[in-house]
Design a protein around this ligand. Structure first.
Ligand code: PBG
Length: 334
């Protein structure tokens, strides 16, 4: 009889044959900075996640860097929004000031990234500018993305994360960066981004004013092949890393992309995935810490090099000191 159980007999035996591991250095922490608040604000639908003030952002980023987190990605929540999201490209706006302070104070201790999109900044909540019929205008949006990319690069990001799913956005941003002398600023492309119900809590996090949906630019959840096409295009246009988003409902896509991509592959464990685990754990229905690590290991097993997760800083703290530093119930995950 074959006896696979032999390899599961003791913790040491299981540790010996464990195929995937977690590393703080491959985690990226998404962070929100909000204009015009005096104290950090809690998010009801994402317990434990804050909309930061500039000062609390700096402190949390420093803490993440000290714990060995690999990077952070910044989202801005402006006090006022307009039709073309002007705050996003204004060098003096709160978001670009926050980037500049991060770079000045955190330096190169972790990779500083900014989400590049318009939805947080527009009064209609779409990821692009609208034409006279209220439809997202792809090519007019690319002009705005170029302006935002330059503002973020001048403020000091190491890497830009374009998340709007416009056609040609990576080529446009790469060209704008190069033309402005920012050849060293990288692009982490949200390449295979699906039109997902799991973004729900994020809409609270950025005070989104979206009424419709994003189905004309984000991918149809029913499709896998399209993800490979989007990744191939983004790589050809100059993406340094590519991403699959959301995470857990799209592990098959992640595996396919990891097998096909010539550049490193990231995955975004999004707000709804975070909220589901936190909510079930708050009800006592699952073991929170173990569920978190199991979900992160699943991404590594499916081929992710880089993981964006709202738990990045907490998990990095757990990982300090290796398995022996972990609480006993978590040791079996690393
Ligand atoms: C778009 C953007 C979104 C997220 C990251 N970038 C929202 C969307 O596409 O609707 C979602 C992240 C999350 O849900 O955690 N700027």
């Amino acid at each position: 009889m074959e006896r696979p159980r032999r390899l599961r007999t003791t913790p040491a035996m299981r540790s010996l044959v464990r195929e995937t591991t977690l590393r703080a250095g491959s985690l990226v922490l998404p962070m929100f900075v909000r204009e015009g608040i005096a104290e950090p604000a809690r998010l009801t639908s994402m317990p434990g996640v804050l909309q930061h003030t500039e000062d609390s952002l700096l402190a949390a980023a420093r803490e993440a860097a000290d714990r060995g987190v690999g990077g952070l990605i910044l989202f801005g929540v402006p006090a006022t929004k307009d039709s073309d999201g002007s705050a996003a490209s204004d060098p003096d706006s709160f978001i670009n000031r926050a980037i500049a302070r991060l770079r000045a104070e955190i330096g190169d201790d972790l990779v500083i990234m900014a989400d590049l999109c318009l939805d947080e900044f527009t009064d209609h909540g779409h990821c692009g500018v609208l034409d006279a019929h209220g439809t997202v205008d792809n090519d007019a949006t690319l002009t705005r993305y170029r302006e935002i990319a330059i503002a973020q690069a001048e403020a000091g990001v190491h890497m830009i994360g374009p998340s709007g799913m416009m056609d040609g956005q990576i080529a446009a941003i790469r060209d704008a960066l190069d033309e402005a002398g920012h050849q060293d600023v990288g692009i982490f492309a949200y390449s295979a981004k699906y039109s997902s119900a799991f973004y729900g809590p994020f809409r609270e996090a950025v005070d989104s004013s979206l009424t419709g949906d994003r189905r004309t630019y984000q991918q149809d959840p029913a499709n896998g092949r399209e993800a490979l096409r989007e990744v191939a295009l983004d790589v050809a246009e100059g993406a340094d890393l590519v991403m699959v988003k959301p995470g857990l409902p799209y592990l098959d896509v992640l595996r396919d992309v990891a097998d096909a991509s010539p550049v490193p592959v990231g995955v975004y464990q999004i707000s709804g995935e975070y909220a589901m685990i936190e909510a079930a754990a708050a009800n006592g229905w699952i073991d929170r810490d173990r569920a978190i690590l199991e979900s992160l290991l699943a991404f590594r097993r499916a081929g992710a090099d880089v993981i964006l997760t709202y738990w990045a800083s907490e998990v990095a703290l757990w990982l300090q000191g290796g398995p022996q530093g972990l609480p006993a119930h978590l040791r079996e995950y690393v």
